[in-house]
Design a protein around this ligand. Structure first.
Ligand code: IVH
Length: 681
């Protein structure tokens, strides 16, 4: 066999294996986008080497299979698949093929542009208005009889009473789980200790293809109709000449029709509308993996016809995939300014949701264990919208031994000191106060916009200063030797002077900003303001008792204990002494006591408890900055801050509406700047 023939055989074998897992077991082995890549490769091999093409290649068939657990149903008209395009250019090329296929036509083409819901295709036969048989797609010709299961879906009409109530009609559509229903189902699975579903599509297919319809009835499935086929005996509907009118007929009969579906006149409008879906996919109540574009004119459809696999008059524009597989090269640990050790995945770069991902967070030691990912594994990477990339889990690879499990290091990768886990927390910390990784983050934080705001002093510059031995502590910044700074690589006199000037002017920053910059645990801008306002200078603050601190508004016992502990530490007292000696003001001027209206006119919803805040305290902090803090999420919500034990409904709603969700750790930044940076891995 030639290389090409053996590669084609390998691809066909892999595609068959993935079809079985997806259609028969409702448990795919790889993300859809990776499957599409295999099919594309096979198709292009077959096109460039016609001698290896096979009549029964998966590129010519509707993929799918039927389980012996269900009786076979032969579809009155075959249930076809759709050909795919992946960008605007390919979509336009398809529309040009349509034009050529239709010969000379003067008018612009009219298209129906519809969401491609990621669920399970269903054909429901109504005879004289009575639901009689419901079947899955199967291989396109013969599907599985799931009538009893489909009867349990709440929004499937059992009887039709309108125009479609006469003769035999097949209603085609998608059985799916709305995102909110999927979240609720998984919450229930979790509560019952059962396995969670990987995505709404698997959950829908697995719920529907149950031998016992009572089980299906307990799942919040929905049905959305997108096609109506007259089998026979209904002249009135047979005379309908436009797809849009068929959809209207379905809607009249009580079927759910995608409200986002529009008719577009001309290719440009059609392309623009399909791109609209790409931008709004996260605002829809269901998960979509693409957009389906169909010719609206049924006579034009008939003229174009179909191949054995797919109609020529319709196409699926696939959206950028949010899940891909890639190789996990290594797991590394980063050390934050508090010493927290966060494991992250180093990946072979892969394009997910339109951007290249080479790092992904693994959160903490427990998450690595739960996900059971090991360096060397093929893993699924997920990136939805603006959220930071995450590892879903490993891909089961046949005939490959799993690499050894990864062990969380017991020492800090930077300073070699001990890594410790305290109490019940899932976080691990480097407990060496001298650790250069911590110092780097501390100094960078001190110089950051929300703290001392020293322009030009970002992480890389700090690292350079540290490597040159010029700084090891924030206090060293004010004792820098200008000549040594100017001699640094890539700096020169001009930038060195600018940096010096920025450092010098930061000495007049108010006490509240210094307190933020010191990175005292639990002390964010709100508590820092309160402390600074009450005590006005650092000496008064340092000599306050823990009780005095705890009595302040917005401070409380946790912050009070943390502040007291900070100032008890000898090294910290020395740092303060040096800052004072270098002329850092460490005073809060009275006119500074006004909070900046960073959240003016913005609605920030808080769910769960935020460390260091009472319920009211968090709301007050938002209101003090000109914002509002309503009790529920709506389209107008600016963002949702998610604390401990958050409310599931708020998160679901925010997810459905595509409202940004912030962690408690981003709350301070939100308050002080009105915006937030993505979490670093
Ligand atoms: S039309 C002959 N319309 O996508 C036309 N399909 O990849 C075939 N799908 O099996 C179907 N939303 O399960 C059509 N608005 C929509 C759809 C849609 C989702 C699914 C359907 C089909 C698959 C083809």
């Amino acid at each position: 066999m030639s290389d090409v023939a053996s590669r084609a055989a390998e691809l066909r074998e892999a595609i068959a294996r993935h079809n079985e897992a997806y259609y028969l077991h409702d448990d795919p082995l790889i993300p859809d986008a990776d499957y599409d890549v295999l099919v594309r490769e096979l198709r292009s091999l077959e096109e460039s080497h016609p001698e290896i093409a096979l009549a029964d290649s998966p590129t010519h068939k509707v993929s799918g299979a039927s389980s012996a657990a269900f009786s076979p149903v032969t579809h009155a008209t075959p249930m076809l698949s759709l050909d795919n395009v992946f960008d605007e250019e390919e979509l336009i090329a398809w529309s040009e093929r349509l034009r050529r296929g239709l010969g000379e036509i003067d008018n612009k083409l009219v298209f129906s542009v519809e969401p491609k819901i990621d669920g399970l295709a269903m054909s429901i036969l109504y005879v004289d208005g009575v639901l009689s048989v419901a079947a899955t797609r199967g291989d396109g010709r013969v599907g599985e009889d799931v009538t009893d299961n489909v009867r349990t879906i709440a929004n499937v009409p059992h009887r039709l009473t309108g125009r479609a109530a006469k003769g035999s009609m097949e209603v085609r559509g998608e059985v799916f789980l709305a995102k909110a229903d999927f979240a609720a189902l998984n919450a229930r699975q979790r509560a019952e200790g059962a396995k969670e579903f990987a995505n709404p599509r698997n959950a829908a297919a697995g719920s529907l293809r149950q031998k016992d319809p009572h089980l299906t009835a307990q799942r919040p499935l929905s049905f959305l109709a997108y096609q109506l086929e007259v089998v026979d005996g209904n002249d009135e509907v047979s005379r309908i000449s436009r797809h849009a009118d068929l959809l209207a007929t379905l809607a009249d009969e009580g079927f759910l029709i995608a409200p986002e579906t529009t008719s577009e006149v001309g290719v440009a409008a059609m392309v623009a509308r399909s791109t609209w879906f790409e931008e709004h996919r996260h605002d829809l109540v269901y998960e979509i993996d693409g957009v389906v574009i169909k010719l609206d004119d049924l006579a034009q459809r008939a003229a174009l016809g179909s191949t054995s696999r797919a109609p020529r008059w319709a196409i699926a524009r696939k959206l950028p995939p949010e899940e891909r597989t890639t190789r996990l090269v290594a797991i590394e640990v980063s050390i934050g300014r508090t010493g927290r050790a966060t494991p992250f995945a180093v990946l072979e770069p892969v394009v997910v949701a339109g951007s290249t991902v080479s790092l992904a967070t693994l959160h903490n030691q427990d998450q690595v264990a739960v996900k059971d990912v090991r360096p060397g594994d093929l893993v699924i990477v997920r990136k939805a919208g603006d959220v930071i990339p995450e590892i879903v889990g490993p891909v089961r690879e046949t005939g490959r031994r799993r690499p050894k499990a990864w062990v969380f290091p017991s020492t800090c990768p930077r300073c070699g000191g001990a890594l410790e886990r305290v109490g019940e927390e899932s976080d691990t910390y480097c407990v060496n106060p001298e650790c250069p990784a911590q110092r780097l983050q501390q100094i960078t934080h001190f110089a950051s916009r929300g703290a001392m705001d020293i322009e030009g002093l970002g992480e890389q510059r700090v690292a350079q200063l540290m490597d040159a031995g010029l700084v090891a502590d924030v206090a060293d910044l004010y004792e820098l030797d200008p000549a040594a700074v100017a001699a640094l690589d890539g700096l020169g006199e001009l930038s060195a002077n600018a940096l010096q000037a920025a450092i010098t002017s930061s000495r007049t920053q108010p006490l509240s900003r210094v307190l933020v910059g010191l990175g005292i645990r639990h002390v964010g801008p709100v508590a820092a303001r309160e402390l600074a306002r009450r005590f006005e200078d650092i000496e008064a603050l340092m000599s306050a008792s823990e009780d005095q601190l705890a009595a302040l508004d917005g401070v409380g016992p946790v912050i009070a204990a943390s502040v007291a502990a900070y100032f008890e530490d000898r090294a910290h007292r020395e740092r303060i002494r040096r800052l004072l000696a270098s002329g850092v003001s460490l005073r809060e001027p009275r006119e500074e006591n006004q909070l900046a209206p960073t959240l003016a006119g913005r609605a920030v919803v808080v769910t769960g408890t935020l460390p260091g805040y009472s319920r009211d305290g968090a709301e007050e902090a938002i209101v003090a900055r000109g914002g509002t803090s309503p009790g529920s999420v709506s389209k107008k919500t600016y963002c949702v801050v998610v604390g401990d034990n958050p409310g599931a409904s708020k998160i679901t709603k925010a997810t459905d509406l595509g409202i940004p969700q912030l962690t408690a750790s981003q709350f301070e930044e939100l308050l002080s700047t009105g915006t937030w940076a993505p979490l670093s891995p």
